[in-house]
Design a protein around this ligand. Sequence first.
Ligand code: CP
Ligand code: NVA
Length: 310
Amino acid sequence: MKPGLPLIRHYLQFKDFRAEEYSYLFERAAIIKKRFKNYEKYTPLVDRTLAMIFEKASTRTRVSFEAGMYQMGGSVVHLTTGDSQLGRAEPVEDSARVISRMVDIVMIRTYEQSKLEGFAAHSRVPVINGLTNEYHPCQILADLYTYIEHRGSIAGKVVAWVGDGNNMAHTWLQAAEILGFTVHISTPSGYEVNLEVAGLRDASCFKVFKNPLDACRGADLVTTDVWTSMGYEAENEARKAAFADWCVDAEMMAAAKPDALFMHCLPAHRGEEVAAEVIDGPQSVVWDEAENRMHVQKALMEYLLLGRIG
Ligand code: CP
Ligand code: NVA
């Protein structure tokens, strides 16, 4: 941690940052991305180390954090449950005390949010949520940045969420409240968002729709996610039956605004939560969305370690 910073800031859920901090992060992400595209060296994190702890699988989160940290001049330590004492019941608090004495910043992907919070409470360095059962803030950071890149400000816009009331959905709700847009949510019965987990101040930033087609009407962005998130595999068959009508297809995209975008955090299952013609179609920005994970997370790590630049 930089000497002189009064507080360690963590990024455990989307509502940990204010709207003006998001404006700053999006500006920094644009600058960092432009430098990357121009092959301009930008190494403000020389001698800094990121520990990445994965208790669940990952492609994008691992590659984006690892490549991003190296590009900024730092280094990375990669730990999983299987190859560390985390998998042999060392208390998370002890792991936090030890790991945070040796590295400058930690990213964790795990199951319960309480485990991440337990780690952060005993960490000497900033901790970032790389996905929990409850939230996925780095993904929404990338999604918002991608929306802004393509369409400008998201304030006042409508985001249609079609599918599971999961970690992504809770994080979209937090983002809507902070950044001033509306989420139209349609989930199968029994898979609704948990409003206690979303932790909103009031309910004005979202509307619930029984029919996913209605949720998409007039939307500026249509988005979905897998029917079965990591950790819920035992429910796979029941979910397949329950979610059969929650596949984002061409009809749903046609109900949205003509210039609506489609997003998916990936990995995707074509023919389940999204039709191939949608995810591979002209309104889909999923590859930009995936790439932008790296640029926004570089801005996030820069902010947590160095504060505001300039
Ligand atoms: N979207 C996302 O977090 O992808 P990974 O599971 O591959 O990291
Ligand atoms: N909701 C999904 C997101 C994967 C990136 C999961 O938690 O598995």
